[in-house]
Design a protein around this ligand. Structure first.
Ligand code: ADP
Ligand code: MG
Length: 249
């Protein structure tokens, strides 16, 4: 094998990595009040992988997600997002807001749609903030809402939609900037089982069809069969279980 081939192959593998976390540590507080929440997390997720993050309340799931989302500063370690080192014992990215706006999408338990903007306006906010023109944004937003089964709600206000519909709009909003990674913190916690399964199937479809890497925090074991990997936090470290068998596609 030529060096060139090896290099190209290596590059390809590197490009395939969406999230790489190395020896990540997060402590809160100082002195006597210092608490270590994450103590040396190490894991990698590839492009288009759909991972669940399951651990007891207070184990550090939101903390981990917010560090990967460049919202919360780690204490030490290394984070790579889409081949770019964003944290190496300190932030290495110049503009974390720009990184979030361009590469990341967030979904929360509550939809947090802006109540006085209609569905289309809510979903269009971020692309417009990114400076994208209306002729590009409008069809993309319409397409996303159609894709998520709420295309007919374009001009409706959030208050006119059901919980499940609003969560679909929130997913559309998370996708509106064409992110490579979606971080979802208990996105189905407020939904009943059927709607939870619908949303998770949709997230899986998005991961596979749009090659978006998704980490979804959940307490619901019934949703795990839809995920490629299950991450857990054990002894303040992240353990990864590959779900080779039995993934529902
Ligand atoms: N800003 C903070 N200051 C101090 N402690 C915090 C802060 N945020 C979270 N924690 C603590 O870190 C631990 C993990 O919290 P969190 O990541 O929210 O857990 P989870 O999402 O798994 O329920 C908890 O013990 C929590 O009290
Ligand atoms: Mg949490």
């Amino acid at each position: 094998m030529s060096d060139e081939f090896l290099m190209k192959n290596g590059e390809k593998q590197m490009n395939n990595i969406a999230i790489k976390v190395e020896n990540l540590v997060k402590k809160f507080g100082k002195g006597e009040n210092e608490v270590t929440v994450i103590n040396g997390a190490d894991f990698t997720l590839k492009k288009g992988e759909f991972a669940a993050l399951v651990a007891p309340s207070g184990a550090g799931k939101t903390t981990l997600l917010m560090m990967i989302g460049c919202v919360l500063e780690p204490t030490s370690g290394r984070i790579e997002i889409g081949g770019e080192v964003v944290y190496d014992n300190k932030w290495t990215v110049k503009d974390d807001r720009a990184l979030r706006r361009k590469k990341l999408g967030f979904i929360f338990q509550a939809h947090y749609l802006i109540p006085f903007l209609n569905v289309e306006e809510n979903v269009s906010l971020l692309p417009y903030e990114n400076g994208e023109p209306e002729k590009v944004v409008k069809p993309r937003v319409k397409g996303l809402l159609d894709y998520l089964g709420v295309g007919d709600k374009l001009k409706n206000m959030p208050s006119e939609l059901s919980g499940g519909q609003n969560q679909r709009v929130a997913i559309a909003r998370a996708l509106a900037n064409n992110p490579s990674i979606i971080l979802a913190d208990e996105p189905t916690a407020a939904l009943d089982t059927k709607r939870s399964v619908d949303v998770v199937k949709l997230l899986r479809k998005i991961a596979k069809e749009k090659e978006v890497t998704i980490i979804m925090v959940t307490h619901d074991d019934r949703l795990l069969p839809y995920c490629d990997k299950v991450l857990t936090i054990v002894d303040k470290k992240v353990e990864v279980k590959e779900q080779l068998e039995g993934v529902i596609i």
